[in-house]
Design a protein around this ligand. Structure first.
Ligand code: HEM
Length: 244
């Protein structure tokens, strides 16, 4: 299979001085919320975490209320659903694993909270996967055609060929297919690569919300250590100055 690659020019958070692009994370949330959440849960993210993406408490409250989360009917004691509150976590789209598998050709859509950590070069991988669906009949790697090397290769009904996926055939149909599939509030044109980049960035944030903070702390530590080293050097000189 192919090594994952990121979007052209890379992600804003790449490298030691990278940073989040908050507008992009908001767009990625919208892609997750309107497309991916039909099949994938995001169980480690609470609605109130979205305040870190620049939303107000009131906006988070309103957003949470648009999602149905599992609840208990106070009168009958039976399981039911209720509108979400800021302290709730993103709900799973299926009541259980059996229902999830039944709806997806026996494959269970994995939770996406930590996906960019679970896969090698995860942010790039999510981007590549989403933009990488292609026709196995014409797929080539290193100038060699897959179908010439492996004439028996097939993509069974209900599976989809994707050269970035380890098994090459996966049970997810291409989720991002049309420009304008979501409407971005900031006016950004919702091309397929744009939506893929934005949701990959958002899922990087869900997996490691303190990524940028961690790196910035590292820089601060380096500056401090440099300062402390110089200080120690001069202090040593001063202390020993009188000793011949
Ligand atoms: C698997 C992302 C939308 C169904 C996956 C994987 C990722 C992913 C990263 C894991 C691949 C791996 O194991 O390496 C996304 C994103 C979506 C999206 C970012 C939105 C843009 C959907 C939708 C459906 C779906 C809408 C259902 C209609 C599945 C299934 C699998 C899967 C069934 C398991 C595939 C297998 O193991 O063969 N998805 N997905 N996904 N997704 Fe999605």
């Amino acid at each position: 299979h192919l090594e994952a690659h990121g979007p052209k020019g890379g992600f804003s958070f790449d490298g030691p001085t990278g940073n989040w692009d908050i507008a992009q994370l908001q767009r990625g949330l919208k892609v997750y919320s309107e497309v991916c959440s039909a099949c994938h849960s995001l169980k480690f993210v609470a609605f109130r975490d979205l305040e870190e993406l620049g939303y107000s408490e009131a906006q988070v409250k309103a957003f949470a209320a648009t999602k149905q989360v599992p609840g208990i009917d106070p009168n009958t004691g039976e399981a039911t659903t209720r509108p979400g509150e800021p302290t709730d976590y993103f709900p799973s789209p299926y009541p259980n694993a059996v229902a999830a598998a039944a709806a997806n050709n026996n494959a269970i859509p994995p939770d996406l909270s930590l996906m960019t950590k679970a896969r090698h070069h995860g942010s790039d991988y999510v981007y590549s996967l989403l933009t990488g669906f292609t026709d196995p009949a014409t797929f080539e790697k290193d100038g060699k055609r897959l179908m010439e090397e492996f004439p028996d290769f097939t993509t069974p009904d209900g599976l989809y060929f994707n050269p970035y996926f380890g098994n090459l055939n996966l049970a997810m149909s291409p989720p991002l297919v049309a420009e304008g599939q979501v409407t971005f509030d900031d006016g950004t044109k919702a091309t397929v690569p744009q939506m893929a980049e934005d949701v990959a960035a958002f899922l990087t944030w869900t997996a490691e919300p303190k990524l940028v903070e961690r790196r910035q702390t590292g820089w601060g530590v380096l500056v401090f250590l440099l300062f402390a080293t110089v200080l120690a050097y001069f202090a040593k000189k001063q202390i020993w100055a009188g000793v011949k």
